[in-house]
Write a protein that binds this ligand. Sequence first.
Ligand code: 5GP
Ligand code: MN
Length: 366
Amino acid sequence: MRKDAFVRTSDFLSLSIQIYNILINTGNEIFTSLQDLLTRRKQKILLVTHENPDGDAIGSSIGLGEVLLHAGHDVKIVVPNDYPLFLHWFSSNVEIIVHIRQKKEARIHFEEADLLICLDFNETKRTAQMRKKVEQFSKIKVLIDHHPNPSEFCDYMISEPEYSSTAELVFDVIDRIHLMQHLHHHAAEALFAGIMTDTGSFSHNISRPQTFQTIARLMEWGIDTEKIHAAVYHNFSAHRMKLLGYSLNQNMEVLPEYRTAVMWLSQKELEEHHFQPGDTEGFVNYPLSIRDIVFSALFMEKNDHVKISFRSKGNFPVNDFSRTHFTGGGHRNAAGGECALPLDQAVEKFRQLLAGYKHQLLETTI
Ligand code: 5GP
Ligand code: MN
């Protein structure tokens, strides 16, 4: 690319960013306080994210963690449980502690941190076994998240549901608190991966032109987007592919009268397919590629409950559905929840509920 063309692109982007409203929910005083905190002296900063961390959870944590580390802070990431192998390729100097396996280290970091930054979740319940530690943390707590309706559990709440991903939001926060000079290649890779995974490779969750502007700006750090895509999506085990084939072939029920499909997996079936964390990531999206299906659900049997993923197309709000019937939440088109019933009864409860939504499902526009 010609150098002068590159400069013109950057000028155009910074101009457009000023024109569009960004960070509309967050008052200036929050950024001023954060900037003050992060530029005055070295801080011990703990970044935490939600259970079963996904690409956005890990990407936004590593992206922000790398920037804060580069800015001279002492930074650690604590995640509630293990994250998938396809998210282990990041180059990062920020240590990631897995709470479920490293409770003692996690406890020490919670005790010693000056600042706790909560990324990609809107209620403390999402941190599972870490919940008490997050709630009882007595120093400054910051939320950076894009899920709607957050509970007020932080001193500084940066909650922007218009954003595609927490990673995209982190990029703007870094800009806003004047830490952009500390963004570097590895951080840019992590933030790109967060945006890519939460938007299904830029196919959903994008309602603002700024998302693509942020991607364009991240590419100025020389990241290899094809390499990142392959690292995430071409990195599965053969067992995982067979589990996907089995789930679609044996355990998918299509209910055209409700424009809905449901899938389920028992613990026994998961074990038979050598299940590893992250293996079922994305399974729930497949039924949405059936013509006319607008609502998809995946029920997975865990030790003491059933974990459910919901996805939809168009204006059918799966977060409301999940909140009402399965103590869950999330985004309009991607949500999760849980159920204390045995697996078959949980799926049956779902089937029974559909009649009450028939009209809404049939009216759903894509
Ligand atoms: P997934 O189906 O990929 O686990 O989750 C989809 C979306 O729903 C994510 O944005 C996730 O944060 C949210 N989500 C998943 N499970 C729950 C839950 O139990 N409660 C709430 N409030 N949100 C959830
Ligand atoms: Mn997210």
